[in-house]
Design a protein around this ligand. Structure first.
Ligand SMILES: [Zn+2]
Length: 310
């Protein structure tokens, strides 16, 4: 079987030395129609991290070959069990939002850990400077649609446009090619859309550990819930939201508890960046400008919880 995962120690990255992640990803041979944004810049940036023996740090970087659109996160996709006991992948959905995303970036930087951010296109277009800070922090950026609808309930062409526009917007807003990583809003997929993402070589991420951080009434309860869930499962892809104030408040202490309990952070990176489609690059030209000019929309009109399982 084709090996889809490769690992490397990240010590060199943490302490600021050159690392393989600084190299441009291997060039793909894009399909003729996939000639949009896809320059040979890295999908993830790195930055030096002041060494600290107390920091949680990243113990392993996992490179994912997204060919064929593999799925990860045992809540939905069980084909690839790539995490070792005590390993945790940090993921944040629904941002970027200036205040909370920046608070989260600061907490991650303080512990020298990296995460994956599944961005909502409307917010990425509205706050490209925040998304660029995420990239600058060495984190991985993936997509979470443009307007956060339940794609499983949409006509295929509309759902496809939500996916493709989010790919084009995230790439444009980030200023670098982003990862071919996608998470369905509310974790609601469909066989047709999974097949489409497979044809686009975009990996799909569900979760192993849903924090339900949009429900928790306090940072303390959120941490308790995550740690007890982790205690039962021992490892997993942790789903949180970088638009949730309690998540931003809880993160410093959560990272300390992960360290204290011996958990290790794994950082996911793509083998190659996502390739945008030219027709959608053109379609979002106006969207990005319009959204960037009018980002005063209240958050609740852009992203809202409509069911308990997002
Ligand atoms: Zn979401």
């Amino acid at each position: 079987m084709r090996a889809i995962l490769a690992t490397a120690l990240i010590g060199a990255v943490i302490f600021g030395a050159p690392h393989a992640l600084n190299a441009a990803p291997k060039a793909k041979n894009p399909e003729p129609q996939q000639t949009g944004m896809g320059p040979a810049a890295p999908a993830v940036a790195t930055q030096s991290c002041p060494g600290s023996d107390d920091a949680l740090g990243v113990t392993r970087v996992v490179e994912i070959d997204t060919t064929g659109g593999p799925g990860f996160g045992f809540q939905h996709y069980k084909a690839y069990d790539f995490l070792n006991p005590k390993e945790v992948v940090l993921t944040f959905d629904d941002g970027p939002l200036p205040t909370h995303t920046r608070t989260i970036l600061a907490a991650l930087a303080a512990e020298c850990v990296k995460a994956t951010f599944f961005t909502v296109g409307k917010l990425a277009a509205g706050y490209p400077e925040v998304l660029r800070q995420v990239v600058k922090g060495g984190h991985t950026v993936g997509m979470h649609t443009v307007t956060h609808p339940n794609l499983a309930k949409m006509p295929f062409e509309k759902a496809k446009a939500e996916i493709e526009k989010s790919v084009s917007i995230a790439s444009r807003a980030a200023g670098v090619p982003v990862a071919p990583f996608f998470r369905f809003p509310f974790l609601k997929d469909s066989p047709e859309l999974l097949k489409y993402l497979g044809s686009r070589n975009i990996a799909v991420f569900s979760t192993d550990l849903d924090s339900f951080d949009f429900k928790r009434r306090s940072p303390k309860r959120l941490i308790k819930n995550i740690m007890s869930n982790l205690g039962r499962k021992d490892k997993g892809i942790l789903l949180m939201h970088d638009i949730q104030p309690n998540t931003a408040k809880a993160l410093p202490q959560l990272l300390k508890e992960l360290k204290a309990k011996g958990y290790k952070i794994v950082h996911l990176t793509p083998k190659a960046p996502v390739v945008t489609l030219v027709e959608y690059d053109k379609l979002i030209e106006k969207d990005v400008k319009g959204l960037a000019a009018g980002n005063q929309r209240p958050l609740s009109s852009v992203v809202r919880t409509i069911s308990g399982d997002q």
